[in-house]
Design a protein around this ligand. Structure first.
Ligand code: DOR
Ligand code: ZN
Length: 379
């Protein structure tokens, strides 16, 4: 076996996934390890059936997730409360104080998978948002209007105008994450907002524009919500993610649905990207000449926003082509992973400690360009 040269290996502070769907039951048991082997922490979305509405439900779900993952990975699921019109500020504050709830998720009613119990009018949850602002609890926003007269490709931009701007004006001190952004409008809105406003960006929205859903026919495995937009929006997302701005960080929105659920007369929205998530981001950052900024995006800006310490362990990526399977068999069902049948240039090679690489310095490794940039900033 030949060992790759220094420049063909990246040792990164272990990343976190600030937006993932791990599901429940057999699917949870089957998919959770794809996330846990790469990411130390994950913000786990609460859109189960029924949704996670109470501290007790979140504690029980957290336990089921932990049972599904090898403890040696030291995976730490961070739980989220699903907001409804009836959300109780007292229960939410209690969950946050007890470190069960890390955040609340705002789904506009019917905006996406299992969002039928979501919020019908933002004013209905103003008392909850007021309490969250007071206690420093982050709000995670699915930013799309559901008005059927609004074109699906405009729903994010219209949400900014009709809803997000109201939240920002009423609660300037509320920590808010604009989840899985898909437009140049959202990039500008986040850049223009104060330090309490940030955004997550998925691997798939960095790689696909809206043509991907219709390439030679309907492509159900490229369908997700918010839907990918025009090429100009994809390019704006790539610039934002690789800019080094701490307002943009990693959130995969990995959302597994079986082949049966996807390839249907009414197929589900969601892309199962967890199996090759960090590889996908690494490829995109390299294409943008920004590999030295991957660590900030993947491992530093998220914890800083949430007020948490960055992870002290590290992962290894090697420049060795990896073939993504066409399908994965999980829980007796087939799932199509993002990048199915493609070959990716970077391969996730495990945690550094599993490979006997204690620290980047000990291993004599650095991210190309990273030191120069850090020195420049410090100076
Ligand atoms: O594509 C998506 N799938 N977007 C979402 O907002 C939800 C997710 C899911 O849970 O399937
Ligand atoms: Zn999601």
């Amino acid at each position: 076996m030949t060992l790759p040269s220094q420049h063909d290996r990246l040792v990164l502070r272990r990343p976190d996934d600030w937006h993932v769907h791990l599901r429940d039951g057999d699917v949870l048991s089957a998919v959770a390890s794809y996330t846990a082997r790469q990411f130390r922490r994950a913000i786990v979305m609460p859109n189960l059936v029924p949704p996670i509405l109470t501290v007790a439900a979140a504690e029980a779900y957290r336990e089921r997730i932990k049972q599904a993952v090898d403890p040696a990975l030291r995976f730490d699921p961070l739980m989220v409360c699903y907001l409804t019109d009836e959300a109780d500020p007292g229960e939410i504050a209690r969950g946050f104080a007890r470190k069960v709830f890390a955040a609340c998720k705002l789904y506009p009613a019917h905006a996406t998978t299992n969002a039928e119990h979501g919020v019908t009018d933002i004013y209905k949850v103003f008392p909850v948002l007021e309490r969250m602002q007071r206690i420093g609890m982050p709000l995670l926003v699915h930013g799309e209007v559901t008005d059927p007269t609004i074109d699906i490709f405009d729903r994010e931009a219209v949400f900014i105008e009709r809803v997000f701007s109201k939240i920002n004006v009423a609660f300037p001190g509320l920590k808010t994450v604009f989840e899985h952004i898909t437009t140049a409008d959202a990039v500008s809105f986040v850049i223009g907002g104060g330090p309490n406003l940030a955004a997550t960006i998925t691997p798939h929205h960095l790689r696909m524009n809206r043509n991907a859903m219709f390439e030679g026919g309907v492509r159900p495995h490229h369908y997700c919500l918010p839907v990918p937009k025009r090429e100009s929006h994809r390019l704006a997302l790539r610039r934002a993610a690789t800019s080094g701005s701490p307002k943009f960080f990693l959130g995969t929105d990995s959302a597994p649905h079986s082949v049966m659920q996807k390839e249907s007369a009414c197929g589900c929205a969601g892309i199962f990207n967890a199996p090759f998530a960090i590889e996908s981001y690494a490829m995109t950052f390299e294409e943008e000449g920004a590999l030295h900024r991957l660590e900030g995006f993947a491992s530093e800006y998220g914890p800083a926003f949430y007020g948490l310490a960055p992870n002290s362990d590290q992962i290894v990526l090697e420049r060795r082509p990896v073939d993504v399977p066409a399908k994965l068999m999980e829980a007796s069902e087939e799932f199509v992973p993002f990048h199915a049948s493609e070959t990716l240039p970077w391969r996730f090679a495990g945690l550094a400690e599993q490979r006997g690489l204690r620290t980047r310095r000990e291993a004599g490794l650095a991210l190309p360009g990273r030191e120069a940039e850090t020195n420049g900033q410090a100076g």
